[in-house]
Write a protein that binds this ligand. Structure first.
Ligand SMILES: [Zn+2]
Length: 254
């Protein structure tokens, strides 16, 4: 019976020497670029030879150059806010004995807030009391502007409230905090928590808008005790609301 190569020590030794020589040969010549690396085709990379399963990856191929890192510049987002001029398009709101109407004050203040924030580059929408756009309204903030009646003689003060059943209480509390602080600073009016009514917390617009839009209703003062501020210095009133929104959207430092 003929001995197989595997069982012949001489044949085995020769085979091992040949393998070692091939290994040394390859180790010296491949790095020098004199012998191409031959790889088994595994996919779409490299050049498939017609009818063959091997792909030759030539060492002369230029090393891929790293794509230059493009500096990431975030697109500046333009704040979007909605301002409801209370009672517009609907009714007069509170009316004093001398005929002064709440809707007149609200409209004047809302218009100035819109002008101030538009000048800042924001997208500002002035909305009516029962504006059809309020349904599902999406924005960075929504503020509805109202004034208190003449019923309480010489009463002074403002208040801000959010929806009683808020989906985003943290954001809306921050909005209320900014509006309250900046409005008090600009106008000098005291915050009057005692006359926040059920109607304010259940204010219709707060429940019509998208639940993720932070919203608040502000009663900017009493048409009785704060009349001079509301009618003669309304730009200060508007500034307080505008700055409160800037505080909420651009940062607490303002
Ligand atoms: Zn009102």
């Amino acid at each position: 019976m003929k001995k197989s190569a595997e069982s012949d020590p001489w044949a085995m030794g020769l085979t091992m020497r040949a393998l070692v020589l091939v290994a040394v040969f390859a180790a010296l010549l491949v790095p020098a670029g004199l012998v191409p690396i031959v790889a088994v085709a595994t996919g779409t990379e490299g050049v498939a030879e017609p009818g063959g399963s091997l792909v030759v990856i030539p060492l002369s191929t230029a090393t891929p150059v790293a794509t230059p890192v493009t500096e990431f510049t975030p697109t500046p987002t333009v704040p979007r806010v909605g301002i409801i001029a209370g009672h517009t398009g609907s009714d007069s709101g509170a009316v004093c004995d001398d005929g002064l109407q709440e809707v007149t004050i609200n409209t004047d203040v809302a218009r100035q807030v819109v002008t101030m924030l538009t000048a800042r580059g924001w997208l500002v929408t002035q909305l009516e009391e029962f504006d059809s756009r309020l349904t599902g309204y999406q924005a960075d903030a929504l503020v509805s502007i109202h004034a208190d009646s003449c019923t309480l003689v010489d009463r002074s003060g403002f208040k801000v409230a959010r929806a009683e059943l808020s989906s985003i209480p943290d954001a809306e509390d921050r909005l209320i905090g900014c509006l309250s602080r900046l409005y008090a600073e600009r106008t000098g009016l005291p915050f009057d928590p005692f006359t926040i009514t059920y109607d304010m917390r259940r204010y219709h617009a707060l429940y019509e808008i998208d639940p993720n839009t932070p919203a608040a209703i502000i009663e900017i003062g009493f048409m009785s005790g704060d009349r001079e501020l509301l009618t003669e210095r309304s730009e200060i009133v508007a500034r307080g609301i505008a700055d409160g929104l800037v505080c909420f959207i651009e940062g607490e430092s303002r």
